[in-house]
Design a protein around this ligand. Structure first.
Ligand SMILES: *[C@@H]1O[C@H](CO)[C@@H](O)[C@H](O)[C@H]1NC(C)=O
Ligand SMILES: *[C@@H]1O[C@H](CO)[C@@H](O)[C@H](O)[C@H]1NC(C)=O
Ligand SMILES: *[C@@H]1O[C@H](CO)[C@@H](O)[C@H](O)[C@H]1NC(C)=O
Ligand SMILES: *[C@@H]1O[C@H](CO)[C@@H](O)[C@H](O)[C@H]1NC(C)=O
Ligand SMILES: *[C@@H]1O[C@H](CO)[C@@H](O)[C@H](O)[C@H]1NC(C)=O
Ligand SMILES: *[C@@H]1O[C@H](CO)[C@@H](O)[C@H](O)[C@H]1NC(C)=O
Ligand SMILES: *[C@@H]1O[C@H](CO)[C@@H](O)[C@H](O)[C@H]1NC(C)=O
Ligand SMILES: *[C@@H]1O[C@H](CO)[C@@H](O)[C@H](O)[C@H]1NC(C)=O
Ligand SMILES: *[C@@H]1O[C@H](CO)[C@@H](O)[C@H](O)[C@H]1NC(C)=O
Length: 451
């Protein structure tokens, strides 16, 4: 058995293991093998009883490693069980007041049975702010920026009962962040939250606390892919482009105006055209039609190291991706030596297999992926130390197994199209068998991830 086929067996084995593990742990619908405990927890603290209700503080913790909430931000909804009203809010607002005609004098902030709450915008006057509010509903992921992975607001509720036995928790909680994808469980009474005073010398606690857990499922989100992967290498002139129609097809008959040419004289007009206010993507016409492309270039080969260049290109004229992140799976991440100009953290999904990394931009340098155009890209290089046991340029080993942009799976070229070593010429039959095997496995794991 030659070395490359041994390497291939290893590669196949790690994929098979991944598939097997995904099967074993696939009990919950929203399960993400790369972030098994990922969730958004909403903590609802009653701080003070009032004449007809209470003052509460609602805090949202984004415990997801790499999924953040990007503009236009979160919308939190629920149903009241009784005739509750919201007298006032600090740090956020209900989108609709609803029918408050029964009230005289003091008019509530919101009388709807199903209020929808959104964050206030940055620059809100200080007297309307509380800690962790007013970021336009944008919430970071837990790994990228923990202090900003929290959002909160204060709510003053009336007609709700004024004791811990008469008050009712919000029901049927929904979270749009910004689109669908999250499912929230029921509110559970949990031990009261404790708050330590600033000087650390006194601890106070809430009167009553409920926790609500929301989890994400790509299946529920039902998004078409938003990103694809292209590849190239120093050892082969072929540039493997993103698969055609990865994110949609360019068809002026069935889908007119679905994209715009980069050199179109009407570009600016199209950007400001209908759809601008709703943030509907306006992508540059490409064969893949994805808003985002990740390019992986195998750049250099040293004796003990090898070097990769990663470039992310934005094809969407209507979106600046702030705080973007990338999750990449490649077996050499256990021997990553240097990551130039991106931040890096290893995600270790199965304990011993250290092959997945989260990459994101350096603050104020390249954490903003600008809208399509000349500055609509960010890039970095990665230096890996070769593991003599596993390293090879043959059979596409040097390319990533899986890539996510902002938590969404990117469409990859099929393994038989990866740039190939010119001198690697395994027997045709063997190659065919390998290709089919890899294709089946990636298909299976893809289906599992989607489901
Ligand atoms: C939510 O995430 C936190 C942090 O990872 C974890 O401790 C907690 O158990 C998770 N909650 C649920 C219900 O999965
Ligand atoms: C919550 O949703 C369930 C199922 O849709 C519905 O039967 C119930 O009435 C809702 N609860 C409230 C308080 O609206
Ligand atoms: C309500 O509060 C009282 C006194 O603080 C406590 O003894 C009781 O267990 C609480 N009941 C509930 C349902 O939380
Ligand atoms: C409720 O949520 C808060 C914030 O995430 C967490 O610190 C606390 O442990 C949770 N309580 C329970 C019982 O899960
Ligand atoms: C579709 O229409 C756009 C704008 O009218 C044009 O630039 C583009 O070339 C057309 N594409 C095809 C495949 O015809
Ligand atoms: C992106 O950011 C730039 C610079 O901050 C700004 O000029 C531009 O309007 C933004 N574009 C979009 C689509 O938000
Ligand atoms: C995974 O590999 C990276 C890069 O070599 C290293 O920094 C990290 O500590 C490793 N993590 C584990 C859990 O082995
Ligand atoms: C690569 O990483 C693995 C696990 O972290 C370690 O056992 C091995 O010695 C490393 N190989 C090299 C060449 O550094
Ligand atoms: C480069 O890779 C492509 C795609 O795998 C392959 O078809 C082609 O033969 C390779 N080029 C050379 C010179 O081997």
């Amino acid at each position: 058995m030659n070395r490359s086929s041994l390497n291939f067996k290893r590669f196949a084995f790690s994929i098979a293991l991944f598939v097997a593990l995904s099967f074993l742990t696939h009990s919950s619908e929203a399960y993400d093998p790369l972030d098994p405990t990922g969730n958004i927890t909403i903590k609802w603290d009653i701080m003070q009883w009032t004449a007809d209700g209470y003052v509460g503080v609602v805090t949202m913790y984004n415990y997801q490693k790499y999924r953040h909430i990007q503009p236009p931000g979160w919308t939190l909804g629920w149903a009241w069980s009784k005739k509750e009203v919201i007298w006032s809010m600090v740090g956020s607002q209900a989108t609709e007041q609803g029918d408050c005609s029964k009230f005289k004098g003091n008019i509530p902030h919101c009388c709807k049975r199903n209020p929808s709450i959104v964050d206030l915008l940055p620059g809100t006057p200080y007297n309307m702010q509380i800690a962790n509010c007013c970021k336009g509903g944008v919430v970071s992921s837990w790994i990228q920026d923990p202090p900003n992975a929290v959002a909160s607001f204060q709510i003053s509720v009336g007609q709700s009962g004024t004791t811990n036995t008469t008050v009712r928790a919000p029901k049927n909680v929904t979270l749009m962040a910004p689109g669908p994808g999250y499912t929230c469980g029921p509110a559970k009474k949990v031990p009261s939250s404790k708050f330590v005073s600033q000087d650390g010398r006194r601890i106070t606690q809430s009167l009553l606390t409920w926790n609500i857990t929301c989890t994400y499922s790509q299946f529920l989100a039902q998004r078409t892919p938003t990103c694809c992967v292209s590849m190239s290498s120093f050892y082969n002139d072929t540039i493997v482009n993103c698969p055609t129609c990865s994110c949609g097809c360019q068809n002026n008959n069935t889908n007119p105006g679905s994209c715009v040419m980069g050199n179109s004289p009407y570009l600016q007009q199209a950007i400001n055209g209908p759809g601008k206010s709703t943030n509907t993507p306006l992508v540059q016409c490409t064969s893949h039609m994805c808003p985002v492309r990740v390019h992986w270039h195998v750049k250099l080969n040293y004796k003990d190291y090898w070097r990769v260049k990663v470039a992310i290109t934005n094809f969407n004229y209507r979106m600046n991706y702030s705080q973007w992140n990338l999750v990449v799976q490649h077996p050499n991440f256990n021997n990553l030596t240097t990551m130039f100009s991106f931040n890096y953290e290893s995600l270790v999904p199965f304990g011993t297999i250290n092959d997945t990394a989260m990459l994101w931009g350096v603050k104020y340098y390249n954490d903003l992926l600008m809208a399509a155009g000349p500055s609509g890209n960010v890039q970095s290089e990665i230096l890996f130390r070769k593991d003599p046991e596993a390293f090879t340029f043959s059979k596409g080993w040097a390319f990533p197994r899986r890539v996510y942009f902002n938590g969404d799976n990117c469409v990859m070229p099929s393994p038989d199209q990866y740039p190939m070593l010119p001198n690697s010429s395994p027997r045709l039959a063997q190659r065919l068998v390998n290709t089919i095997f890899v294709a089946c496995l990636s298909l299976t794991s893809m289906l599992i991830l989607r489901g």
